[in-house]
Design a protein around this ligand. Sequence first.
Ligand code: FES
Ligand SMILES: [Fe+2]
Length: 399
Amino acid sequence: MLTKEVNERLTQTGPETPGGKLLRMYWHAIAAAEDLAKEPVQPVRLLSENLTLFRDLKGNLGLIGERCAHRAISLAYGIPQENGLRCAYHGWTYDTEGHVVDMPFEPACLPLKIKAYSVQEMGGLIWAYLGPDPAPLLPRFEGYAREDINRGVLIKPLPCNWLQCMDNSMDPVHFEHLHGHYGNYFNRKHGKPEAMLTPPHLKIDFDVFEYGIYKRRLIEGETEDCDDWTIGHPILFPNTLVVVGGAWGGSYQIRTPTDDTHTLHFLYQFRYIKDGEEKKPFNVRHDEVRWDQFGLAIGDGVIPQDEMAWIGQGPISARTQEHLVTSDKGVILYHNLILENIAKVERGEDPMGIVRDPDINEPYIPIRHEGVAREGFARVDRQRGSRLAGAGTATEWNR
Ligand code: FES
Ligand SMILES: [Fe+2]
């Protein structure tokens, strides 16, 4: 159980909050580049700030304040120019650093500037940095930076704080209950075959590494040399779960904090291109949470069940009322890691995982991961004579 103050410290995203200052030390995924190609000016809300994302006619990216300095219309109505973004109302034009560079009708262009942040493209996504200068490097984790990859993303807004998604990723035991027992109950209610019978967890453990945490589990029917126990499942601090399926590729679940009570979820999927395969265009899809007649999120599948758990804790989880137990050791570890890194930022130090050395970042940062865990679940299920839906094809389990 946390105090109200500690819960706020962990969950607040605004520029003057301790948590918001920590999150501002990292680059955040804010949009798909392909969407920006179709609609080159977009409103963005990130870390409780309203902003305008645009690409000018020269191809430069800009992320500037929400409102025009003249009479405050939203710049999301703006028109891309060679030299920046022109306000739709009276034509004032902003460069990518937020300077007004043109004021039609006026005798001279006044030296005005609105806020502007660093923005880059990597792996088909647009990334923003809202923290102090000098900005760290945008970390080139392999799924984003490798060339021999086909990629896609599913973007979904969620009405809850980002940390609820991360708490869930630090909680291996929920898999057998939420996705196994609840999933089967849901399917029975809807006249569908049971989805899976998940083996019980025997042990869980966690290791902090340079870029985050590995969560490890041992499930019934597996031995301790199984790589789900010896290596585990990486979480990149502060807001990305890595789900890797072995030689074929994997996915990153990026939980971008929109504000204290909303998250933009990027399910970023990548497939290694094998000999003879073609490079495919980046595939962007958008989705929304589906709700039942009571306003409850519908948990009809593994990821919707996770969303149900995140959203079901309310806009900001009432951690002042919870009772953390032995299965929550990963959640406790993660909260402590956030608090430690908030303290580092308050001391003027870099928090964990910040990359400033180009030699580390190029050509990409590999992430060590388990490879057979999913097959392990399938194998154990087969031994138990049960059926595992989509075994061998279900690739996006948020375990
Ligand atoms: S409000 Fe933008 S130019 Fe007038
Ligand atoms: Fe899950």
